[in-house]
Design a protein around this ligand. Sequence first.
Ligand code: SDX
Length: 428
Amino acid sequence: MSEKATLEINGKKYEFPLVRGTENEVAIDIKTLRSSTGGVITIDPGYKNTGSCESAITFLDGEKGILRYRGYSIEDLADKADFLEVAYLLIFGDLPTQEQLDKFHSDIKENSVVDDDVKKILDAFPKSAHPMGVLSSLTAALTAFNPSSVDVSSEQDMYNSIVRIMGKFPVLVSWAMRKKHGLPLEYGDDNLGYVENVLRMMFKNPNREYEQNPILINALDKLLILHADHEQNCSTSTVRITGSSHAGLFVSLASGISALWGPLHGGANQAVLEMLEAIKEDGGDTKKYMAKAKDKNDPFRLMGFGHRVYKNFDPRARIIKKAADEVLGDLGVEDPILDIAKGLEKEALEDPYFVDRKLYPNVDFYSGIIYRAMGIPVEMFTVMFALGRLPGWIAQWREMRLRKEPIGRPRQLYIGETYRPFKAIAQR
Ligand code: SDX
């Protein structure tokens, strides 16, 4: 017998089906709400209680601190898989065989040259431009060089578009950084692995061969896996709603990059480092910043803390915190802000304001400390988040299109002026 929810409005009862996911989450299917109640809608700013779609890609349980990509735990994937395997898993639904993975990588390499004319767009940006703005613009611009929109009825066409952006995006990431630092633009090396290639394109000095460092490769591989998808977060929802108008894959991704840039979302990893630096400059006075974070009249927030879904530890933060100790140790880097971060975390986890609101460190709290130890400039931190999230965005866009989801168009509750007659300017 199908489960139902009953709603009573002005004495009249309405029934709506309850739908249950594979992890026993329950949703009220309100597809017929407005038509059956004569116009009643729901309202839920920030969609804190509203599901936008059904998805088979990522499951997370905020209360238990669980995160799984296609059923595999984030802990297993971060420990046993590499980023390209995880990208394949997210996009196509299963871990690849060696043959599938090799073909995926080779097809990506085949598509990793970016049209040289894109450099003319890049040259138009001032060096002061934030790399996230450059990356979003260049990603959208790729449409001009790959004009055919994706034929979603053809698996091959979808696949070709996916390997095209998986190949070109790391080049744009490296160009955004190198342009800002006045370095000549690099193309990839097809003899390298995906993550090795990213590091070489970002850091190769024009005067010498780039020497790969396994510590950096492993650290970046793990960080990209941890950022690869996170169900219907702000930027992924932006990619989905842009793609729901049947706008192309590249511009849908560009809109996601723009949403990720915000300091409340992916931009938080840069904001965390700037906050920790400010605390260090301020003599390490964490109590002053804790007080600011709790002061309702102060817009300051403890960046890297809190999460819309996780009301327990963000499982990614646990993994990254452990990796930060390992990577800085392996690199022989002493960074006082790691100790400041740990001190801040300890204080917050014992403070009623944070405990009562279930505010824990999130994925952004420790990631910047590793990026900095790897030599990645702070303005590139959110770009690295975007590089990690790329396969998740692609997977979510692909699922939305293959499921033929309708164009996203929320309703609203109007609270403005009721009808009033036009008034000539002389009467105003
Ligand atoms: C990411 O959604 C995802 O999955 C995102 C992400 C992903 O992988 O895609 O996980 C990546 O974006 C992680 C979040 C990075 N952002 C930050 O670290 C910025 C700092 N955190 C916040 O601004 C905040 O916690 C959010 C934006 C992350 C979540 O905000 P919500 O869910 O809208 O919660 P809220 O703003 O309603 O806060 C609830 C209460 C409020 O206090 P009260 O009004 O109840 O008194 O908690 C307070 C807030 O003021 N609060 C904080 C706080 N975060 C929430 N107070 C101080 N410092 C903070 N960081």
